[in-house]
Ligand binder design. Structure first.
Ligand code: SAH
Length: 222
């Protein structure tokens, strides 16, 4: 019988092949190869780590599909010197990938239990170029703004103005936009033009848990 580790490696290689076929390459592919997804899952879900599926991570939240993580990360176009804000730490998988690509990552999670578990995993993986906070990420992280890149991994009916305001020069934000009752949300890329105005680009349809907060979905509606 092959070991769990060898089995995960084979499954990971297959997934990476699929991501390559989607056009994922360079630093993003390398970061995804380096971060084992099984580490971020509870024992009951580890064997599904390399299926291209969203999986439960506790508090009724989910880890995103690897393909969606890859496409969002690719669209974010993170450079080595970037300061990145992530909203929705969840299990920390996307955080780990951003940490491989950026100089520093600031990540906000609503649930302390998820933030603590993510922190533990990132610490075990010796990833330390990030800071986390429990709070309402729809308001961003005022004290650390501006950011070169903002990644939001929960869906909002409209792009939170606070986050657009915290986008620096040449800043890019990737965020799913839409209501929970809709079948899909629209994955959008917002970018700050040289004249300061904001442009937008539609990337594709996705399905995300709601961004619950002042500039997202109200608690009562979630
Ligand atoms: N990137 C995560 C995805 C988790 S799902 C991962 O790879 O696991 C989205 C996460 O956003 C959930 O953990 C949810 O609790 C969190 N979230 C929702 N609204 C939020 C808000 N206003 N501020 C911070 N986190 C929020």
């Amino acid at each position: 019988m092959i070991s769990d580790r060898a089995s995960f490696q084979i499954q990971s290689d297959k997934l990476m092949q699929k991501l390559k076929e989607l056009g994922i390459k360079g630093d993003v592919l390398e970061a995804m190869q380096k971060i084992p997804r099984e580490v971020f899952l509870a024992p009951a879900f580890k064997h599904e780590a390399y299926k291209d599926a969203a999986l439960p991570i506790g508090e009724s939240q989910t880890i995103s599909q690897p393909k969606v993580v890859a496409l969002m990360t690719h669209a974010l176009d993170v450079k080595k010197h970037h300061k990145v804000l992530e909203i929705g730490t969840g299990c920390g998988y996307q955080t780990a990938i951003l940490c491989k690509l950026a100089r520093r990552v600031f990540t906000i999670e609503r649930f302390a239990s998820l933030k603590d578990a993510a922190d533990r995993r990132l610490h075990e993986m010796a990833i330390s170029n990030y800071v986390t906070q429990v709070g309402d990420g729809s308001l961003g992280w005022v004290g650390q703004a501006p950011f070169d890149r903002i990644m939001v991994t929960a869906a909002s009916p409209t792009p939170p103005q606070a986050l657009l305001d915290q986008l620096g020069e040449d800043g890019v934000m990737v965020i799913p936009i839409g209501k929970q009752e809709d079948e899909f949300q629209r994955l959008m890329r917002y970018y700050r033009r040289t004249d300061g105005s904001i442009g937008e680009y539609y990337l594709g349809d996705v399905r995300f848990v709601p961004l619950v907060g002042e500039q997202g979905v109200s608690q009562a509606a979630s």
